[in-house]
Write a protein that binds this ligand. Structure first.
Ligand code: HEM
Length: 461
Protein backbone atom coordinates (compact mmCIF):
# COMPACT_ATOMS: atom_id res chain seq x y z
CA UNK A 1 0.00 0.00 0.00
CA UNK A 2 2.25 2.76 -1.30
CA UNK A 3 -0.29 5.35 -2.33
CA UNK A 4 -0.35 7.03 1.04
CA UNK A 5 3.41 7.48 1.11
CA UNK A 6 4.61 10.78 -0.38
CA UNK A 7 7.19 10.98 -3.15
CA UNK A 8 9.07 13.83 -4.83
CA UNK A 9 7.04 15.80 -7.40
CA UNK A 10 7.55 15.60 -11.18
CA UNK A 11 8.06 11.89 -11.86
CA UNK A 12 9.35 10.66 -15.25
CA UNK A 13 8.43 7.25 -16.73
CA UNK A 14 11.83 5.54 -16.87
CA UNK A 15 14.03 7.77 -14.74
CA UNK A 16 11.49 8.04 -11.94
CA UNK A 17 12.71 10.43 -9.27
CA UNK A 18 16.27 10.47 -10.48
CA UNK A 19 16.05 13.95 -11.98
CA UNK A 20 18.26 16.23 -9.99
CA UNK A 21 19.65 13.26 -8.04
CA UNK A 22 23.39 12.96 -7.80
CA UNK A 23 24.83 9.45 -8.21
CA UNK A 24 27.72 10.44 -5.97
CA UNK A 25 25.61 11.45 -2.98
CA UNK A 26 22.50 9.23 -2.84
CA UNK A 27 22.29 9.46 0.94
CA UNK A 28 22.48 13.24 1.12
CA UNK A 29 19.90 13.43 -1.68
CA UNK A 30 17.62 11.23 0.40
CA UNK A 31 18.20 13.47 3.42
CA UNK A 32 17.05 16.47 1.39
CA UNK A 33 13.92 14.61 0.28
CA UNK A 34 13.31 13.50 3.87
CA UNK A 35 13.30 17.07 5.10
CA UNK A 36 10.67 18.01 2.51
CA UNK A 37 8.53 14.87 2.46
CA UNK A 38 8.47 13.86 6.11
CA UNK A 39 9.10 10.76 8.23
CA UNK A 40 8.27 8.21 5.54
CA UNK A 41 8.58 8.68 1.78
CA UNK A 42 9.36 6.79 -1.41
CA UNK A 43 11.61 7.29 -4.39
CA UNK A 44 11.36 5.55 -7.70
CA UNK A 45 14.22 4.60 -9.95
CA UNK A 46 14.15 2.37 -13.04
CA UNK A 47 10.79 0.87 -12.25
CA UNK A 48 11.67 0.07 -8.64
CA UNK A 49 10.08 1.76 -5.68
CA UNK A 50 12.15 2.34 -2.54
CA UNK A 51 10.57 3.25 0.78
CA UNK A 52 12.56 5.35 3.27
CA UNK A 53 11.61 5.66 6.92
CA UNK A 54 13.20 7.84 9.56
CA UNK A 55 10.49 9.08 11.95
CA UNK A 56 11.20 7.80 15.47
CA UNK A 57 7.87 5.94 15.82
CA UNK A 58 8.33 4.20 12.45
CA UNK A 59 11.88 3.12 13.24
CA UNK A 60 10.83 1.93 16.69
CA UNK A 61 8.30 -0.33 14.97
CA UNK A 62 10.84 -1.54 12.38
CA UNK A 63 13.17 -2.46 15.24
CA UNK A 64 10.61 -5.01 16.50
CA UNK A 65 12.52 -8.23 15.86
CA UNK A 66 9.42 -10.40 16.04
CA UNK A 67 7.93 -8.72 12.94
CA UNK A 68 10.95 -7.38 11.05
CA UNK A 69 14.45 -8.54 10.21
CA UNK A 70 17.48 -7.35 8.25
CA UNK A 71 16.85 -7.05 4.52
CA UNK A 72 19.82 -7.88 2.29
CA UNK A 73 19.28 -5.71 -0.77
CA UNK A 74 20.66 -2.78 -2.73
CA UNK A 75 24.33 -2.09 -2.01
CA UNK A 76 24.62 -5.05 0.33
CA UNK A 77 23.33 -7.59 -2.20
CA UNK A 78 25.75 -6.09 -4.73
CA UNK A 79 28.59 -7.10 -2.42
CA UNK A 80 27.65 -10.80 -2.53
CA UNK A 81 30.02 -11.51 -5.44
CA UNK A 82 32.82 -10.22 -3.19
CA UNK A 83 31.95 -11.72 0.20
CA UNK A 84 29.16 -14.28 -0.40
CA UNK A 85 27.34 -15.41 2.73
CA UNK A 86 29.80 -13.95 5.25
CA UNK A 87 28.26 -12.27 8.32
CA UNK A 88 27.36 -8.88 6.87
CA UNK A 89 25.92 -10.08 3.55
CA UNK A 90 24.27 -13.38 4.60
CA UNK A 91 20.53 -13.78 4.11
CA UNK A 92 18.77 -14.53 7.38
CA UNK A 93 17.90 -18.04 6.25
CA UNK A 94 21.47 -19.02 5.37
CA UNK A 95 22.95 -21.45 7.92
CA UNK A 96 26.39 -19.85 7.69
CA UNK A 97 25.13 -16.74 9.44
CA UNK A 98 24.35 -18.48 12.75
CA UNK A 99 27.44 -20.66 12.48
CA UNK A 100 29.82 -17.74 11.95
CA UNK A 101 28.02 -15.55 14.48
CA UNK A 102 28.34 -18.17 17.23
CA UNK A 103 31.96 -18.97 16.39
CA UNK A 104 33.07 -15.32 16.16
CA UNK A 105 31.02 -13.56 18.87
CA UNK A 106 33.46 -14.58 21.65
CA UNK A 107 36.13 -12.73 19.63
CA UNK A 108 34.31 -9.53 20.70
CA UNK A 109 33.91 -10.29 24.39
CA UNK A 110 35.39 -8.03 27.05
CA UNK A 111 38.31 -10.40 27.58
CA UNK A 112 39.03 -10.51 23.86
CA UNK A 113 38.93 -6.72 23.70
CA UNK A 114 41.29 -6.37 26.65
CA UNK A 115 43.68 -8.70 24.81
CA UNK A 116 43.55 -6.51 21.66
CA UNK A 117 44.21 -3.34 23.67
CA UNK A 118 48.06 -3.44 23.70
CA UNK A 119 48.12 -3.94 19.94
CA UNK A 120 45.67 -1.04 19.47
CA UNK A 121 48.05 1.14 21.50
CA UNK A 122 50.97 0.07 19.40
CA UNK A 123 49.19 0.98 16.16
CA UNK A 124 48.14 4.34 17.64
CA UNK A 125 51.84 4.90 18.35
CA UNK A 126 52.50 4.65 14.61
CA UNK A 127 49.91 7.34 14.02
CA UNK A 128 51.36 9.74 16.59
CA UNK A 129 54.85 9.08 15.21
CA UNK A 130 53.53 10.10 11.81
CA UNK A 131 51.75 13.19 13.19
CA UNK A 132 54.82 14.20 15.25
CA UNK A 133 56.77 14.46 12.00
CA UNK A 134 54.00 16.53 10.39
CA UNK A 135 53.91 18.81 13.45
CA UNK A 136 57.68 19.27 13.33
CA UNK A 137 57.55 20.22 9.64
CA UNK A 138 54.46 22.41 10.01
CA UNK A 139 52.61 20.20 7.50
CA UNK A 140 48.85 19.64 7.71
CA UNK A 141 47.73 16.05 8.26
CA UNK A 142 45.30 14.20 5.96
CA UNK A 143 42.73 13.15 8.54
CA UNK A 144 40.61 10.58 6.62
CA UNK A 145 43.73 9.13 4.99
CA UNK A 146 45.55 8.71 8.29
CA UNK A 147 42.49 7.42 10.16
CA UNK A 148 42.06 4.82 7.43
CA UNK A 149 45.66 3.71 7.87
CA UNK A 150 45.15 3.49 11.62
CA UNK A 151 41.90 1.51 11.54
CA UNK A 152 43.08 -0.87 8.81
CA UNK A 153 46.27 -1.66 10.73
CA UNK A 154 44.29 -2.07 13.94
CA UNK A 155 41.83 -4.65 12.60
CA UNK A 156 44.42 -6.45 10.49
CA UNK A 157 46.92 -6.82 13.32
CA UNK A 158 44.54 -7.53 16.19
CA UNK A 159 42.28 -9.80 14.14
CA UNK A 160 44.62 -11.45 11.71
CA UNK A 161 48.22 -10.86 12.81
CA UNK A 162 48.86 -9.10 9.52
CA UNK A 163 50.84 -5.87 9.06
CA UNK A 164 49.89 -3.88 5.94
CA UNK A 165 52.66 -1.36 6.62
CA UNK A 166 50.18 1.46 5.99
CA UNK A 167 52.19 4.14 7.80
CA UNK A 168 55.32 3.28 5.88
CA UNK A 169 53.62 3.89 2.53
CA UNK A 170 53.16 7.16 0.68
CA UNK A 171 50.03 5.86 -1.08
CA UNK A 172 47.17 3.73 0.26
CA UNK A 173 47.88 -0.02 0.35
CA UNK A 174 46.61 -1.70 -2.85
CA UNK A 175 44.21 -3.67 -0.65
CA UNK A 176 42.52 -0.38 0.32
CA UNK A 177 42.40 0.77 -3.29
CA UNK A 178 40.80 -2.52 -4.36
CA UNK A 179 38.36 -2.38 -1.45
CA UNK A 180 37.28 1.19 -2.22
CA UNK A 181 36.92 0.09 -5.84
CA UNK A 182 34.51 -2.73 -4.99
CA UNK A 183 32.49 -0.56 -2.58
CA UNK A 184 32.16 2.21 -5.14
CA UNK A 185 31.21 -0.30 -7.80
CA UNK A 186 28.54 -1.85 -5.56
CA UNK A 187 27.02 1.59 -5.06
CA UNK A 188 27.16 2.48 -8.77
CA UNK A 189 25.33 -0.71 -9.70
CA UNK A 190 22.27 0.77 -8.00
CA UNK A 191 22.29 3.75 -10.32
CA UNK A 192 22.22 1.72 -13.55
CA UNK A 193 19.25 -0.45 -14.59
CA UNK A 194 20.24 -4.14 -14.42
CA UNK A 195 20.02 -4.97 -18.15
CA UNK A 196 22.21 -1.97 -19.01
CA UNK A 197 25.06 -3.01 -16.69
CA UNK A 198 27.03 -5.05 -19.26
CA UNK A 199 26.86 -2.12 -21.68
CA UNK A 200 27.37 0.88 -19.42
CA UNK A 201 29.69 -0.63 -16.87
CA UNK A 202 31.68 -3.09 -18.97
CA UNK A 203 35.05 -1.63 -18.19
CA UNK A 204 34.10 -0.97 -14.59
CA UNK A 205 32.95 -4.58 -14.22
CA UNK A 206 36.25 -5.83 -15.53
CA UNK A 207 38.15 -3.63 -13.10
CA UNK A 208 35.85 -4.84 -10.34
CA UNK A 209 36.69 -8.46 -11.15
CA UNK A 210 40.39 -7.59 -10.91
CA UNK A 211 39.80 -5.87 -7.56
CA UNK A 212 38.00 -8.93 -6.20
CA UNK A 213 40.82 -11.18 -7.40
CA UNK A 214 43.32 -8.96 -5.61
CA UNK A 215 41.34 -9.01 -2.36
CA UNK A 216 41.17 -12.82 -2.57
CA UNK A 217 44.90 -13.18 -3.21
CA UNK A 218 45.74 -10.93 -0.28
CA UNK A 219 43.52 -12.90 2.08
CA UNK A 220 44.69 -16.30 0.82
CA UNK A 221 48.23 -15.23 1.62
CA UNK A 222 47.28 -14.14 5.16
CA UNK A 223 45.64 -17.56 5.72
CA UNK A 224 48.59 -19.42 4.23
CA UNK A 225 51.05 -17.63 6.53
CA UNK A 226 48.90 -18.44 9.56
CA UNK A 227 48.52 -22.10 8.67
CA UNK A 228 52.24 -22.50 8.08
CA UNK A 229 53.04 -20.86 11.42
CA UNK A 230 50.91 -23.43 13.22
CA UNK A 231 48.38 -20.96 14.69
CA UNK A 232 48.39 -17.58 16.44
CA UNK A 233 47.35 -16.48 19.90
CA UNK A 234 43.61 -16.88 19.66
CA UNK A 235 42.65 -13.93 17.45
CA UNK A 236 39.74 -13.78 14.97
CA UNK A 237 41.65 -15.70 12.32
CA UNK A 238 42.38 -18.54 14.75
CA UNK A 239 38.69 -18.68 15.57
CA UNK A 240 37.77 -18.80 11.90
CA UNK A 241 40.28 -21.53 11.11
CA UNK A 242 40.15 -23.69 14.21
CA UNK A 243 37.03 -23.18 16.29
CA UNK A 244 34.17 -25.60 15.88
CA UNK A 245 30.60 -24.58 16.73
CA UNK A 246 30.06 -25.33 20.44
CA UNK A 247 26.91 -27.39 19.78
CA UNK A 248 27.07 -28.72 16.23
CA UNK A 249 30.86 -29.11 15.98
CA UNK A 250 30.66 -27.58 12.52
CA UNK A 251 33.48 -25.41 11.14
CA UNK A 252 33.68 -22.58 8.61
CA UNK A 253 34.63 -23.74 5.11
CA UNK A 254 37.79 -22.41 3.44
CA UNK A 255 35.73 -20.31 1.04
CA UNK A 256 33.66 -18.91 3.90
CA UNK A 257 36.82 -18.03 5.87
CA UNK A 258 38.05 -16.08 2.86
CA UNK A 259 34.78 -14.16 2.73
CA UNK A 260 34.79 -13.52 6.49
CA UNK A 261 38.36 -12.18 6.45
CA UNK A 262 37.53 -9.69 3.68
CA UNK A 263 34.32 -8.73 5.49
CA UNK A 264 36.10 -8.02 8.75
CA UNK A 265 38.96 -6.17 7.12
CA UNK A 266 36.46 -3.94 5.30
CA UNK A 267 33.66 -3.59 7.89
CA UNK A 268 36.28 -3.36 10.64
CA UNK A 269 37.93 -0.25 9.34
CA UNK A 270 35.96 1.94 6.90
CA UNK A 271 33.23 2.99 9.29
CA UNK A 272 35.53 3.47 12.29
CA UNK A 273 37.85 5.60 10.19
CA UNK A 274 34.96 7.86 9.20
CA UNK A 275 33.72 8.09 12.79
CA UNK A 276 37.16 9.18 14.02
CA UNK A 277 37.48 11.69 11.19
CA UNK A 278 34.11 13.34 11.88
CA UNK A 279 34.91 13.47 15.61
CA UNK A 280 38.24 15.18 14.90
CA UNK A 281 36.49 17.65 12.61
CA UNK A 282 33.98 18.58 15.31
CA UNK A 283 36.65 18.75 18.03
CA UNK A 284 38.71 21.11 15.89
CA UNK A 285 35.65 23.35 15.39
CA UNK A 286 34.44 23.25 19.00
CA UNK A 287 37.34 24.31 21.21
CA UNK A 288 35.16 24.23 24.33
CA UNK A 289 34.30 20.55 23.74
CA UNK A 290 37.95 19.81 22.96
CA UNK A 291 39.01 21.51 26.20
CA UNK A 292 36.55 19.48 28.27
CA UNK A 293 37.61 16.25 26.58
CA UNK A 294 41.28 17.07 27.10
CA UNK A 295 40.77 17.90 30.76
CA UNK A 296 39.09 14.53 31.20
CA UNK A 297 41.95 12.68 29.53
CA UNK A 298 44.48 14.50 31.73
CA UNK A 299 42.47 13.67 34.84
CA UNK A 300 41.81 10.00 34.05
CA UNK A 301 45.10 9.08 32.44
CA UNK A 302 47.55 11.39 34.24
CA UNK A 303 50.82 11.17 32.37
CA UNK A 304 50.95 7.42 31.95
CA UNK A 305 52.64 6.44 28.70
CA UNK A 306 50.31 3.52 28.09
CA UNK A 307 46.75 3.94 29.35
CA UNK A 308 45.28 0.55 30.29
CA UNK A 309 42.15 -1.10 28.94
CA UNK A 310 40.03 0.04 31.91
CA UNK A 311 41.22 3.62 31.59
CA UNK A 312 39.65 3.93 28.15
CA UNK A 313 36.15 3.06 29.33
CA UNK A 314 36.46 5.85 31.90
CA UNK A 315 36.71 8.57 29.23
CA UNK A 316 32.99 9.34 29.41
CA UNK A 317 33.06 12.76 27.80
CA UNK A 318 35.33 11.64 24.93
CA UNK A 319 32.82 8.85 24.33
CA UNK A 320 30.01 11.43 24.17
CA UNK A 321 31.94 13.37 21.54
CA UNK A 322 32.13 10.16 19.53
CA UNK A 323 28.43 9.38 20.01
CA UNK A 324 27.47 12.90 19.00
CA UNK A 325 29.63 12.64 15.86
CA UNK A 326 27.95 9.30 15.02
CA UNK A 327 24.57 10.90 15.62
CA UNK A 328 25.16 13.65 13.06
CA UNK A 329 27.03 11.45 10.58
CA UNK A 330 26.39 7.76 11.26
CA UNK A 331 29.12 6.46 8.97
CA UNK A 332 26.96 3.46 8.00
CA UNK A 333 24.07 5.84 7.35
CA UNK A 334 21.20 3.48 6.56
CA UNK A 335 20.08 -0.12 7.03
CA UNK A 336 17.19 -2.08 5.58
CA UNK A 337 14.39 -3.94 7.42
CA UNK A 338 11.92 -6.37 5.88
CA UNK A 339 8.62 -7.74 7.15
CA UNK A 340 8.77 -11.36 8.33
CA UNK A 341 5.02 -11.74 7.57
CA UNK A 342 2.21 -9.48 6.35
CA UNK A 343 1.97 -6.65 8.84
CA UNK A 344 1.04 -2.99 9.29
CA UNK A 345 3.89 -0.57 9.91
CA UNK A 346 3.20 1.80 12.81
CA UNK A 347 -0.52 1.01 12.52
CA UNK A 348 -0.74 2.93 9.22
CA UNK A 349 1.21 1.34 6.37
CA UNK A 350 0.32 -2.22 5.35
CA UNK A 351 3.38 -4.28 4.31
CA UNK A 352 3.46 -7.69 2.64
CA UNK A 353 5.81 -10.40 3.81
CA UNK A 354 9.27 -9.58 2.36
CA UNK A 355 8.41 -5.91 1.72
CA UNK A 356 11.12 -3.69 3.10
CA UNK A 357 12.06 -0.14 4.04
CA UNK A 358 15.35 1.64 4.33
CA UNK A 359 15.95 3.22 7.73
CA UNK A 360 17.75 6.54 7.31
CA UNK A 361 19.74 6.63 10.53
CA UNK A 362 21.22 9.96 9.52
CA UNK A 363 17.69 11.48 9.60
CA UNK A 364 16.38 9.45 12.56
CA UNK A 365 19.25 11.03 14.49
CA UNK A 366 17.91 14.49 13.58
CA UNK A 367 14.20 13.92 14.10
CA UNK A 368 13.15 17.18 15.80
CA UNK A 369 10.41 15.32 17.70
CA UNK A 370 13.18 13.55 19.62
CA UNK A 371 16.26 15.73 19.36
CA UNK A 372 14.63 19.16 19.38
CA UNK A 373 14.89 22.07 16.96
CA UNK A 374 18.65 22.38 17.19
CA UNK A 375 19.15 18.78 16.05
CA UNK A 376 21.74 19.77 13.43
CA UNK A 377 23.96 21.33 16.10
CA UNK A 378 26.93 19.46 17.60
CA UNK A 379 26.40 19.04 21.35
CA UNK A 380 27.95 16.05 23.18
CA UNK A 381 25.86 16.81 26.30
CA UNK A 382 22.95 15.12 24.51
CA UNK A 383 24.64 11.88 25.58
CA UNK A 384 24.77 12.65 29.29
CA UNK A 385 23.19 9.66 31.08
CA UNK A 386 20.10 11.61 32.24
CA UNK A 387 19.43 12.83 28.71
CA UNK A 388 19.90 9.33 27.25
CA UNK A 389 17.50 7.83 29.81
CA UNK A 390 14.87 10.44 28.95
CA UNK A 391 14.81 9.40 25.28
CA UNK A 392 12.98 6.42 23.75
CA UNK A 393 15.03 3.25 23.13
CA UNK A 394 15.35 3.16 19.34
CA UNK A 395 16.30 6.70 18.34
CA UNK A 396 20.09 6.28 18.14
CA UNK A 397 21.07 3.48 15.76
CA UNK A 398 24.57 4.00 14.34
CA UNK A 399 25.26 0.28 14.75
CA UNK A 400 22.00 -1.03 13.31
CA UNK A 401 19.51 -3.07 15.32
CA UNK A 402 18.64 -6.53 16.65
CA UNK A 403 20.41 -9.79 15.91
CA UNK A 404 22.07 -8.34 12.82
CA UNK A 405 23.41 -5.26 14.58
CA UNK A 406 27.15 -4.58 14.41
CA UNK A 407 29.24 -7.35 15.99
CA UNK A 408 32.23 -4.97 16.14
CA UNK A 409 30.55 -2.16 18.07
CA UNK A 410 32.63 -2.47 21.26
CA UNK A 411 35.77 -2.95 19.21
CA UNK A 412 35.12 0.26 17.27
CA UNK A 413 34.17 2.29 20.34
CA UNK A 414 37.19 1.13 22.33
CA UNK A 415 39.58 1.79 19.48
CA UNK A 416 38.14 5.22 18.63
CA UNK A 417 37.94 6.40 22.25
CA UNK A 418 41.51 5.30 22.88
CA UNK A 419 42.78 7.10 19.78
CA UNK A 420 40.84 10.32 20.45
CA UNK A 421 42.21 10.31 24.02
CA UNK A 422 45.77 9.89 22.80
CA UNK A 423 45.44 12.60 20.15
CA UNK A 424 43.74 15.12 22.45
CA UNK A 425 46.39 14.64 25.09
CA UNK A 426 49.23 15.13 22.66
CA UNK A 427 48.07 17.81 20.22
CA UNK A 428 46.12 20.98 19.68
CA UNK A 429 43.94 20.51 16.60
CA UNK A 430 44.03 23.58 14.38
CA UNK A 431 41.38 23.68 11.63
CA UNK A 432 41.77 25.24 8.23
CA UNK A 433 39.30 28.16 8.52
CA UNK A 434 38.34 27.86 4.84
CA UNK A 435 37.30 24.19 5.14
CA UNK A 436 33.57 23.52 4.79
CA UNK A 437 32.40 20.06 5.74
CA UNK A 438 31.80 18.02 2.57
CA UNK A 439 30.61 14.47 3.04
CA UNK A 440 31.84 11.86 0.56
CA UNK A 441 29.75 8.70 0.10
CA UNK A 442 30.87 5.21 -0.89
CA UNK A 443 28.41 3.09 1.10
CA UNK A 444 30.05 4.67 4.16
CA UNK A 445 30.52 8.38 4.89
CA UNK A 446 33.73 10.37 5.18
CA UNK A 447 34.54 14.07 5.61
CA UNK A 448 36.11 14.73 2.25
CA UNK A 449 39.44 16.52 2.09
CA UNK A 450 39.61 17.20 5.84
CA UNK A 451 43.05 18.46 6.85
CA UNK A 452 44.18 19.73 10.22
CA UNK A 453 47.32 21.29 11.58
CA UNK A 454 48.50 19.57 14.73
CA UNK A 455 50.70 21.25 17.31
CA UNK A 456 52.27 19.61 20.33
CA UNK A 457 50.78 20.55 23.67
CA UNK A 458 53.93 19.46 25.46
CA UNK A 459 57.17 18.27 23.89
CA UNK A 460 57.01 14.48 23.30
CA UNK A 461 58.85 12.58 25.99
C1 HEM B 1 27.13 -4.69 10.93
C2 HEM B 1 27.95 0.03 11.70
C3 HEM B 1 32.50 -1.01 13.12
C4 HEM B 1 31.87 -5.60 11.73
C5 HEM B 1 26.95 -3.34 11.06
C6 HEM B 1 25.68 -2.64 10.86
C7 HEM B 1 25.92 -1.32 11.07
C8 HEM B 1 27.32 -1.18 11.41
C9 HEM B 1 24.91 -0.19 10.94
C10 HEM B 1 24.34 -3.28 10.48
C11 HEM B 1 24.14 -3.24 8.99
C12 HEM B 1 22.79 -3.74 8.53
O1 HEM B 1 21.84 -3.82 9.31
O2 HEM B 1 22.69 -4.04 7.34
C13 HEM B 1 29.25 0.14 12.14
C14 HEM B 1 29.87 1.40 12.54
C15 HEM B 1 31.14 1.11 12.96
C16 HEM B 1 31.34 -0.33 12.80
C17 HEM B 1 29.19 2.77 12.48
C18 HEM B 1 32.23 2.01 13.49
C19 HEM B 1 32.04 3.19 14.03
C20 HEM B 1 32.72 -2.36 12.93
C21 HEM B 1 33.91 -3.08 13.29
C22 HEM B 1 33.73 -4.38 12.89
C23 HEM B 1 32.42 -4.46 12.28
C24 HEM B 1 35.12 -2.48 14.00
C25 HEM B 1 34.64 -5.58 13.02
C26 HEM B 1 35.74 -5.61 13.74
C27 HEM B 1 30.53 -5.73 11.37
C28 HEM B 1 29.95 -6.99 10.91
C29 HEM B 1 28.57 -6.73 10.70
C30 HEM B 1 28.35 -5.33 11.02
C31 HEM B 1 30.68 -8.31 10.70
C32 HEM B 1 27.51 -7.75 10.25
C33 HEM B 1 26.89 -8.37 11.48
C34 HEM B 1 25.82 -9.40 11.16
O3 HEM B 1 25.00 -9.18 10.25
O4 HEM B 1 25.78 -10.41 11.85
N1 HEM B 1 27.92 -2.43 11.42
N2 HEM B 1 30.18 -0.86 12.31
N3 HEM B 1 31.83 -3.22 12.33
N4 HEM B 1 29.56 -4.76 11.43
FE1 HEM B 1 29.85 -2.84 11.96
Amino acid sequence: ELRRIPHPPGRLPLLGDLIGASPRTPLQDSMRHARRLGPIFRRRAFGKEFVFAWGADLVTDLADETRFTKHVGLGIANLRPVVGDALFTAYGHEPNWQLAHDVLAPGFSREAMAAYHPMMLEVAGRLTGHWDRAAADGRAVDVPGDMTKLTLETISRTGFGHDFGSFERARPHPFVTAMVGTLTHAQRLNTVPGPAVPLLLRQASRRNAADIAFLNRTVDEIVRVRRSSGGGEGDLLDRMLETAHPETGERLSAQNVRHQVITFLVAGHETTSGALSFALHYLSRHPEAAARARAEVDRVWGDTESPGYEQVARLRYVRRVLDESLRLWPTAPAFAREARADTVLAGRHPMRRGAWALVLAAMLHRDPAVWGDGADRFDPDRFEPVAVRARPAHVFKPFGTGARACIGRQFALHEATLVLGLLLRRYELVPDPSYRLTVAERLTLMPEGLRLHVQHRTPPA
